[in-house]
Design a protein around this ligand. Structure first.
Ligand code: ASP
Length: 293
């Protein structure tokens, strides 16, 4: 039997002074997210189902800037973006600027499943998702992150299943106080989310405009496929390119051999990892080694 692997992230940012209570809560949420994905992968389920389950947990946690914890835009509303992509068929789905859906990642999956399209936005995306069984929530459902001084924390997951298939999912409330209608890298296939079984699955986090201009997730894939780089080399180069544009952030990636990478140019990135022996690890700060449990 082939091996499986899953990585999740809860966003990159400057984490120097994170309160102990938030650290504990975030590590627990990351662990639960990895567990949800690992449960699917260890019983032969697909990497796509695993990344959706993992991201859903983080959206529901209210601890990160996605789903329940989504940041408000300049007008005080939540406008959420999400994408999913599967590496065998390169089927992808995404939603942008949705306001009342509990789980944008599920809406993104519905777009991939039930339409020939890739990206639906705003009211059209919401109406479509509700017609296909997505859950609507009232404005009172949403809550700000535990500590408003903590910067934006998009969430994402990448996984390899025992069938050798890769998948990626990313979800965000976008940058805090963004103008209404602003869409970042998260739902743009190739910018914030990408999966291709010839190379890797990638989910990014950071100020999306830089990741869009550098087409970051796709550029990791392209460097591996045509540049013959390893995943680690390709990820490093892709983030360096973001930095040359003036951007900062991070990414997680897995390749078809099960090699994984978590990389950030900020002082931290919330992240979790699950391995086939049933172990779960978390790490928050940039140079922190994986901590088990
Ligand atoms: N990339 C997200 C965006 O620009 C934000 C983040 O990762 O924190 O919408």
């Amino acid at each position: 039997m082939k091996s499986w692997h899953i990585l999740v992230h809860g966003g990159a940012g400057e984490l120097r002074a994170i309160p102990a209570e938030r650290e504990r809560a975030c590590r627990t949420a990351l662990r639960h997210s990895v567990e949800a994905g690992a449960q699917i992968l260890s019983t032969g389920g697909s990497s796509l189902d695993a990344v959706i389950a993992a991201v859903k947990i983080l959206e529901d946690s209210g601890l990160f800037n996605a789903g329940r914890g989504s940041a408000r835009n300049a007008e005080g509303h939540r406008e959420m973006d999400a994408a999913v992509m599967e590496g065998a068929s390169r089927r992808a789905g995404a939603v942008a600027a949705v306001r009342s859906l509990r789980n944008p990642v599920i809406a993104a999956h519905l777009v991939a499943q039930h339409t020939p399209h890739v990206l639906l936005v705003s009211e059209g995306a919401e109406t479509f998702a509700l017609q296909h069984g997505a859950e609507r929530v009232p404005p009172s459902y949403f809550r700000p992150p535990l500590d408003d001084s903590i910067p934006d924390d998009t969430v994402g997951a990448v996984a390899l299943d025992i069938h050798g298939c890769l998948a990626a999912a990313t979800s965000t409330g976008g940058t805090t106080r963004k103008p209404a209608g602003r869409v970042g890298d998260t739902p743009l296939i190739g910018a914030g989310t990408y999966a291709d079984n010839r190379s890797c699955a990638v989910s990014t986090t950071g100020i999306g405009e830089y990741f869009i201009r550098a087409v970051t997730a796709y550029s990791v894939h392209a460097r591996m496929l045509w540049g013959r780089r390893t995943l680690a080399e390709a990820a490093q180069e892709a983030l360096e390119e973001v930095a040359t544009l003036g951007g900062a952030g991070g990414l997680i990636g897995i390749d078809t051999m099960g090699n994984s990478i978590t990389l950030c140019t900020t002082s931290g990135m919330y992240r979790g990892m699950g391995t086939p022996d049933g172990r779960i690890f978390t790490a928050l700060f940039r140079d922190e080694p994986w901590k088990e449990g």
